[in-house]
Write a protein that binds this ligand. Structure first.
Ligand code: IMP
Length: 202
């Protein structure tokens, strides 16, 4: 079976992507499984640029069809921040809980009705010869006053979904995948990958 490299070192993302893409006619492989340990500097100015960078560099290194995701949280009251800087928002080596604390401190005077936010995800699929296709997805929510829930990762404990009355960290993986930015982007990527499967040169 043809291989698809899931080019992320984030174990939580990997788990979500594995579940979302499990029925595809590809063997899903990870960076350590193909012996790649380099890190790609996410130096782009947009999620698209970073997703492209990661996908093309790892596709070139592995000579495999490669999928990379770049995602971020855009908070309306912060003019769309942290956006592409979501992973480094509280400094390069900060933990998820330090990033959440920093975000909540920036929003401490912002009332509930102005705490709207958007999770965005861009998936890039690159062929070993450098062609790239993008899929994207977004999910709207509200930043809570304090964290709630143990599942998921990143900003999930403070991302509240009014429709469900729960934060993303209170949802089982399958439910998060049904409505999340990554779930939406991955379902579009699924169709791209099915189409690419028809090509004989990949
Ligand atoms: P990157 O895509 O690896 O650059 O990281 C994006 C950052 O955005 C992560 O470190 C998380 O803090 C945050 N993020 C992206 N997707 C999610 C998600 O599904 N839940 C919670 N936080 C997320």
């Amino acid at each position: 079976m043809a291989k698809l490299l899931l080019a992320t070192g984030n174990q939580a993302k990997l788990k979500e992507l594995r579940s979302l893409l499990r029925d595809l006619p590809y063997e899903l492989v990870t960076l350590p499984e193909v012996g790649i340990s380099i890190k790609v500097d996410e130096s782009g100015n947009s999620l698209e640029e970073n997703a492209r960078l990661k996908a093309t560099i790892f596709a070139d290194k592995s000579q495999l069809l490669t999928l990379a995701d770049d995602s971020g949280l855009e908070v309306d009251a912060l003019g769309g921040q942290p956006g592409v800087l979501s992973a480094r928002y509280a400094g390069k080596n900060a933990s998820d809980s330090e990033r959440i604390d920093y975000l909540l401190s920036r929003l401490k005077d912002v009332p509930w009705e102005k705490r709207s936010a958007l999770f965005r995800c861009v998936i890039a699929i690159a062929t070993p010869d450098g062609q790239v296709e993008f899929s994207s997805g977004a999910c709207r929510g509200i930043i809570t006053l304090k964290p709630r829930g143990e599942q998921g990762f990143g900003y999930d404990p403070v991302f509240y979904l009014p429709r469900l009355g729960k934060t993303m960290a209170e949802l089982p993986l399958e439910v998060k995948n049904q409505l999340s930015h990554r779930g939406k982007a991955a379902r579009k990527a699924y169709r791209v990958l099915e189409r690419l499967k028809e090509r004989e040169d990949i």
